[in-house]
Design a protein around this ligand. Structure first.
Ligand SMILES: [Zn+2]
Length: 391
């Protein structure tokens, strides 16, 4: 089927959605198996009939997937998306052929999987997880929701609560920041679903040979970031759709205490390396410097002296601009430069910050170094003007 025809087909289904009965909850497929130590995933799901309620939800998700596929927020890195799919497949086993993964450039910690097999992984998650095992913990949890059909139930409930028109409008926004956030944040899972998905995630990780003890660290790390922000109000998107609690974290610790396995940290870093600078830059655009500082601090503990991380921690200090923050920023930029591996932009940041601190001579020198290292930089004329003004 050609794309245009396919789109028409998708929209024809959407228009018909309003007619579906919410009372008719009969599923064409078997009910999920209760989660226990001997749990095994149900058979692959077949595409539901379009005239069924579930068929309508699938059609809607198919339409969303078309938008997502063409969204300007998609990272369009075939190697990265293939890698994410391979991790999903290590976990999902027989369900692998039904999963499609999209890496989305959004600086929040989020992943979600729709009932039709569409998985989204946001770049804020990629920046934050420390190895493949942590990534697998999140993806395994999402696959848990999928195989137990939680996402289907959740979508039904949300649609019943919102009414069809509002429900459609939330999804219609996907591809825009607001829509993606609403899609992730508006759909919270129940406590029972979270517990089941956590348990399945651990089982799938263990069977795939991952170190399950990495799973609980994700929550500790996210909590540390949130606590760092004294004016914390908007929850992180994953907290919103998968409500985290100390109880969940402690259960994960208990479930995995006797385990061991692989973390695949080097493999993970190699895949993310080409994106690192972009992801750190995007993180700054959230304008939550206290949270970013907690994040960069943690990443620096794993990679002490990394010049890119030092540069961005400096940027976060500069943005926060609290007492002594400018001096801390200078120290970080300088440490990055002293490593001999700093980008030219670190000289610019150092120069601008020194000028702000009234250190005219050192500031000018740093900006001159920047111009020497990056003579073709798009802002070189502006920096020259700044230097002339400072004279
Ligand atoms: Zn969840």
């Amino acid at each position: 089927m050609k794309r245009r025809q396919w789109l028409k087909w998708g929209c024809a289904q959407c228009a018909g959605l309003a007619g579906f009965s919410l009372a008719g909850r009969a599923l064409a497929q078997a009910e999920p198996v209760p989660v226990g130590a001997d749990w095994s995933a149900p058979e692959r799901f077949s595409r539901p009939r379009l005239e069924d309620e579930e068929g309508g939800i699938w059609a809607l998700m198919d339409r969303e997937e078309t938008r997502l596929r063409r969204s300007p927020f998609r990272m369009r890195d075939a190697r990265l998306e293939q890698y994410l799919l391979e991790v999903c497949c290590k976990l999902a086993g027989a369900h692998c052929p039904d999963i499609r993964v999209y890496a989305i450039r959004q600086p929040f910690f989020n992943a979600s999987m729709a009932p039709n097999g569409m998985m989204q992984v946001w770049s804020g998650l990629l920046l934050r997880v420390e190895n493949e095992a942590q990534l697998a913990a999140v993806l395994g949890h999402e696959i848990g929701h999928y195989v137990q059909r939680h996402s289907l139930e959740q979508l039904r409930d949300v649609r019943a609560r919102m009414g069809v028109a509002q429900f459609m409008s939330v999804f219609g926004l996907a591809g825009q920041l607001g829509g993606l956030a609403a899609m992730a944040g508006g759909l919270a899972y129940s406590r029972d679903h979270e517990r089941d998905a956590d348990q399945i995630g651990v089982l799938l990780m263990r069977r795939a040979g991952y170190d399950t003890r990495e799973a609980h660290k994700i929550w500790s790390n996210l909590q540390a970031e949130q606590k760092a922000n004294p004016n914390f109000s908007t929850p992180n998107t994953l907290f919103a759709s998968h409500p985290a609690s100390d109880e969940r974290r402690e259960t994960l610790i208990r479930l995995t205490a006797a385990d061991s396995g692989e973390t695949y940290e080097a493999q993970y870093r190699a895949i993310i390396a080409p994106w690192r600078s972009t992801l750190l830059e995007d993180e700054m655009k959230r304008s939550r410097p206290s949270e970013s500082l907690a994040l960069f601090q943690r990443l620096l503990e794993r990679e002490p002296g990394d010049p890119l991380l030092l540069h961005y921690r400096g940027e976060a200090y500069r943005l926060r601009a609290g007492e002594n923050d400018m001096n801390l920023a200078v120290a970080d930029y300088q440490a990055a430069i002293d490593s001999g591996r700093a980008q030219a932009g670190t000289w610019r940041a150092l120069g601008q910050t020194r000028l702000k601190l009234g250190q005219a001579q050192a500031g000018q020198q740093a900006l001159n170094n920047y111009l020497n290292l990056a003579p073709q930089a798009p802002d070189s004329d502006m920096i020259k003007l700044l230097l002339e003004g400072a004279r």
